[in-house]
Design a protein. Structure first.
Length: 205
């Protein structure tokens, strides 16, 4: 990630100054460029298509996108601007302001972060912010098993963590290998961890 030094910005100022040459987040008042590798994008794209197929099959009131910016808050009350790798949001909510740009202040239904070298952001900072915002479901997809053993155990293996918001607190379930992932948002979704890992194409290198 490349940080652009700027004065401390509010969420609105971040949106006004949002560069046009990539994906950015607002972190501690600064504009931060997010540069995922192709394998990371492959995983995110695979999940986006899987969710979209399920939405269409069940005619659910959701849309799925990769370019939705959300306003979150830290424990200290600082505004952050996050761009989850995959976002699922109520279609009714999204279409209530169709002339607006792709930023929302209301909770998503489901946010997915694909873990990379800055994995602690996903496991610590974003988890806290998404819980604070009230996002009902949050996935951390650690297809590279890149986080520490404190999260992944020993030996470290690719893992998908699904956090469900229960009475304001996230409850986590972990899935590995050929485990079928259980999603509160998509209870009939047929998706296994090994298929997500294979979608990265890392194994073909």
């Amino acid at each position: 990630m490349i940080t652009t030094p700027l004065k401390k910005l509010t969420f609105e100022e971040f949106l006004e100054q949002y560069p046009e040459d990539g994906i950015y987040e607002l972190v501690n008042g600064e504009i931060v460029k997010v540069e995922p590798i192709r394998a990371h994008k492959n995983v995110a794209r695979f999940l986006m298509f899987a969710f979209n197929d399920e939405i269409r099959r069940k005619e659910l009131d959701y849309i799925v996108d990769k370019d939705i910016i959300i306003r979150t808050f830290t424990a200290e009350g600082k505004e952050q601007g996050r761009n989850p790798d995959v976002s699922v949001v109520s279609q009714s909510l999204w279409n209530s302001k169709v002339t607006a740009y792709g930023a929302i202040t209301e909770p998503l239904q489901l946010a997915v972060e694909v873990a990379s070298t800055n994995w602690d952001d996903d496991y610590v900072d974003k988890l806290d912010e998404y819980q604070r915002l009230g996002i009902p479901e949050y996935w951390i997809v650690d297809y590279l098993a890149i986080a520490s053993r404190a999260y992944l155990g020993n030996p470290k293996v690719p893992t998908v963590f699904v956090y469900e918001l229960v009475e304001g607190q996230y409850q986590a379930k972990s899935y590995r290998g050929n485990d079928l992932i259980i999603s509160p948002t998509f209870p009939e979704l047929e998706l296994r961890v090994d298929r997500i890992v294979a979608a990265s194409q890392i194994g073909k290198l």
